[in-house]
Design a protein around this ligand. Structure first.
Ligand SMILES: Nc1nc2c(ncn2[C@@H]2O[C@H](COP(=O)(O)OP(=O)(O)OP(=O)(O)O)[C@@H](O)[C@H]2O)c(=O)[nH]1
Ligand SMILES: [Mg+2]
Length: 293
């Protein structure tokens, strides 16, 4: 687990080591500021972290740890196990990593012994349906799909109905990240949510927003927009392996007041890990400070 987040943050850590070649016992505030900004921690949060540290110029590990921890207070809602099937709707801009993340989530559930079904509600592109079908095939998981340009809400409805009939534990529904325009996308997402609730009252139980970690802080604005359209329950950050902007998670956690449920650290089905703020913070701190004896 700890090794996994280390892999995901390897570029962020390499970047820290570039600014601070050797670990220190205490770090001066100016260097700390530089490290945080370079890691894409938002400017206001960097200023705030510095403000909440003790007044001395040299910062101790335990003080920095305490301040950093205060940014990750939003806990994942425990999944209501009594709700079966548990329906998850995956949303996000095009290319964020939705479809790949769905495969990873499904794989995680399958490994837990759960029965999963996928719904290919990104009917905007034929390739999107194909991509999810290939994953379903590879993982040996059932999928409901239609032809390109068919109503995505109908696919969602059919997937949930099928899940109920087949006693599935989990339903994961893919959506399009891009339509002809923003209003279309917004209306379509709202409709999918309404139709899910028609198929099974209370569904979708979790709306997961997928954000591309390489986009750093600009992901925050996307998140705000999606939150306004349909409301977001949890966030998954992808491509953490490909970026030195690992610090952006501070901004996301803080601005949205939403839990980060998982982070993705690669393209294979096993590259999705539950987000552990403690391991995340420790990985950053270990790059800065000399390990305690
Ligand atoms: N390195 C890396 N690549 C990833 C990760 N997650 C997704 N990708 C890659 O990012 C690209 C886009 O991922 P998709 O899952 O197709 O993204 P999407 O949001 O479904 O995109 P649209 O369907 O176009 O909206 C693919 O090439 C993925 O393999 C990750 O955690 N790490
Ligand atoms: Mg997709």
């Amino acid at each position: 687990m700890f090794a996994f987040i280390k892999k995901g943050l390897s570029k962020t850590v390499a970047n820290i080591k570039y600014i601070l070649p050797t670990q220190v016992e205490k770090i001066d505030k100016q260097t700390l500021e530089e490290i945080l900004l370079e890691s894409d921690v938002p400017y206001e949060i960097v200023e705030e972290i510095i403000y909440y540290l003790p007044p001395q110029d040299k910062v101790k590990k335990e003080d920095l740890k305490r301040v950093m921890q205060s940014y990750f207070i939003y806990k994942n809602q425990p999944q209501k196990q009594e709700t079966t099937p548990f329906v998850e709707l995956v949303i996000g801009v095009n290319g964020a990593g939705k479809t790949t993340t769905i495969a990873k989530l499904a794989n995680n559930y399958k490994k837990m012994g759960k029965k999963v079904i996928l719904g290919a509600s990104d009917t905007f592109r034929a390739a999107a349906i194909e991509q999810l079908r290939r994953w379903a095939d590879k993982l040996g998981i059932p999928i409901v799909y239609t032809q390109q340009n068919h109503d995505p809400s109908a696919v969602a409805f059919d997937t949930i109905s099928s899940a109920i009939a087949k006693n599935m534990d989990h339903v994961i529904i893919d959506t399009a990240g891009r339509l002809h325009n923003q209003t279309n996308l917004s209306n379509e997402l709202k409709k999918i949510v309404r139709i899910c609730d028609k198929a099974l009252s209370g569904a979708p139980h979790r709306k997961i927003l997928v954000l591309d970690g390489t986009q750093g802080n600009s992901a925050i604005n996307q998140a705000k927009a999606f939150n306004e359209i349909v409301g977001v329950d949890a966030i998954i950050i992808t491509k953490l392996d490909g970026t030195a902007k690992g610090g952006a998670l501070f901004g996301v956690a803080r601005e949205l007041k939403l839990p980060i449920s998982h982070v993705a650290v690669g393209e294979s089905e096993n590259d999705l890990i539950e987000f552990d703020p403690q391991a995340y913070i420790d990985t950053i701190l270990d790059a800065i400070f000399i390990p305690e004896a």
